[in-house]
Design a protein around this ligand. Sequence first.
Ligand code: SF4
Length: 387
Amino acid sequence: MNHQSLERILERALMGYDLSPPEGLLLLQQTDPNYTSSICHTADRLRQKQAGDTITYVINRNINFTNICEQHCNFCAFRRDSGEDGFYWLDWTQILEKTTDAVNHGATEICMQGGLNPEAKINGQSLPYYIKLVETIKQEFPQLHLHAFSPQEVQFIAREDSLTYAEVITALTDAGVNSMPGTAAEVLDDAVRRVICPEKIDSATWLEIVGTAHQLGLPTTSTMLSGHIETPQQQITHLEKLRLLQQKAVNQGYTARITEFILLPFVGKEAPQTLRKRVGRDQPVLADALLLTAIARIYLGNWIPNHQPSWVKLGLAGATEALSWGSNDIGGTLMEEHITTMAGAIGGTCMEASRLQTAIASLNRPYQQRDTLYQPVSMKAEQEFCV
Ligand code: SF4
């Protein structure tokens, strides 16, 4: 491809046309710095058009209630068997303590996900256990936004209790879940999934559960685990599936949709040996993550306006750089991050809001605290919470 045909694709994107999958693939295959800087520039202009100049962040806390998990994903350094060295399972008091601490430090959101623990049951049933998790938080703090339980967790509950996905989602929503993390998407390609997460739900099931959430009024996020064994074609297929899913929600008139796209570059340092060896590096390649960030903006931005890099995976400096490649949000404070940190990530486990603000201000861009659904939150003097 010459520079002229690349410029034509980018001009059409700036005029508001969606990229086709072959066009997306062409962009992803560029390595010439002249070409990649044109892609970056286009993504940045689209970000400005679709999401404005203000960079947002959310004050939230992760609660990963257990790392006991029946599955064995090949990128996961977090999971443990029950009783194995390093396993844990929070009790109700610990969950409430962590939530109270988060609220005292200004959190508007709890993000709750955990391993798939077959012992996590009440009266032999999985759903009542998950409902109790929700009620433990929401009875005390009804105003908190609870962003909880991935499509994989929904499938796990449905399977354990012989329920439909709609029954599980409805029960969790009725109990107080406000949105669903779009995690467990990894790469929505079953050939990739068979290698990196062979026991996980397949692509069609992920799409079905997220689509059901939208239909039932539960907003979701969307993610992609990039930079391991997937090809550029599989990356574009993933973006295309997300775009079609969002288009369906829009065309059906659902108010609940995908609120954001988060790129999660693979961190291999402590990951199981087979995948780590196959990928051949411990930390993400920043240039690859930035190019994919830009192409995700160009590919999805007409439909999913909010794009977030991961400071946990890229470090704060890398995530800040991604704000010039199409991202408009720098994510959450997290307060406590286990999953990627146990995989050997460099970003740390907690981020003060003031550090996020300073990073944004270093680009001469305004910042704004938001809630989970991207509504502005009035900013108060921050109390430090990272120990
Ligand atoms: S990624 Fe999630 S489902 Fe897979 S092994 Fe780790 S905790 Fe379990």
